[in-house]
Design a protein around this ligand. Structure first.
Ligand SMILES: Nc1ncnc2c1ncn2[C@@H]1O[C@H](COP(=O)(O)OP(=O)(O)OP(=O)(O)O)[C@@H](O)[C@H]1O
Ligand SMILES: [Mg+2]
Length: 268
């Protein structure tokens, strides 16, 4: 398998008036073509910072103090904004946690997807993308505004925008957090289908180990800006090494007892 992304010793700091927050500390990992990996960690562990660094979308207060991000063997940290624009949203795209704040409320859904298609955009292509993300009555939805559709459907529209240019990599940053559990597993299934159909690699970010283990083959566990454990899903679930990972697993098993979701967690 071909390596598509290689992150080497990445360090990111945020400077605020009072302190410096080291959000990423010596983060390294590889992503291969067509692979789905999961990144898990509690709040503030650095997951979104990592996603934004890969997208070259870091805040002005952020500084990359060390490391490299190779996309198709070129370090994107050396690229100018003009070159990055050819990659961002086209070769690497991101699905954000909250579709309401990422969609334009004043623009019809069809137009928003149309604008994301970089080669020969057409209404027909939008309709076909809407169908690919499981929206059946696509012609009607084309003309609607984001507030006129359900939360689950908005997230599907975000996914349609993310795949509009057939990206090599899709970063899904907690894409199901705002959805209820039924919708969550539908979105997971949809991303799996997209991985098969479009051959995009997926970086699935979540704080929910159960969810991630249903989609990813490899897991990276983050804690305070570091990757503290990395392994195949089955290995992490069956023999976690780090105490923090064991803690994550234990909290899952506790949920199991109460909600009887054990079989679901280990389903793949
Ligand atoms: N724009 C910013 N300015 C200052 N500090 C920031 C900024 N963005 C993130 N941080 C800090 O960097 C650290 C990592 O934040 P990040 O958003 O990457 O975490 P996360 O793992 O995505 O958390 P969550 O699960 O809550 O989304 C945190 O300590 C956070 O407060
Ligand atoms: Mg985040």
């Amino acid at each position: 398998m071909k390596k598509i992304l290689e992150i080497k010793n990445l360090e990111v700091e945020f400077s605020t008036e009072k302190t410096i927050v080291k959000a990423l500390k010596n983060v390294s990992f590889d992503l291969f073509e067509n692979e789905i990996i999961g990144i898990i960690g509690e709040s503030a562990s650095g997951k979104s910072t990592l996603a934004h660094a890969i997208m070259s979308l870091l805040d002005n207060s952020a500084k990359i103090t060390k490391g490299q991000i190779f996309f198709e063997n070129e370090n994107i940290l050396n690229k100018k904004e003009k070159e990055l624009q050819k990659i961002r949203g086209k070769k690497i795209s991101i699905i954000f946690q909250d579709p309401f704040s990422s969609l334009n409320p004043t623009m019809k859904i069809g137009k928003q997807i149309l604008e994301a298609i970089d080669i020969n955009p057409s209404k027909q292509k939008v309709i076909s993308l809407l169908k690919d993300v499981g929206i059946q009555d696509a012609s009607l939805r084309f003309l609607q505004y984001p507030h006129q559709i359900s939360g689950g459907m908005r997230q599907r529209v975000m996914i349609a925008i993310a795949i509009a240019s057939k990206p090599k990599i899709i970063i899904a940053d907690e894409p199901t957090t705002s959805l209820d559990t039924t919708y969550q597993s539908q979105i997971i299934d949809l991303l799996k289908d997209i991985n098969k159909k479009y051959k995009s690699s997926i970086i699935f970010i979540s704080h929910n180990l159960a969810l991630v283990s249903n989609i990813a083959s490899k897991l990276y566990i983050m804690c305070s800006g570091k990757i503290i454990e990395r392994a195949l899903v089955d290995d992490i679930l069956n023999k976690p090494k780090q105490p923090y990972t064991k803690l994550l697993l234990n909290s899952l098993l506790k949920i199991d007892k109460n909600k009887k979701i054990k079989t679901k967690i280990f389903k793949k």
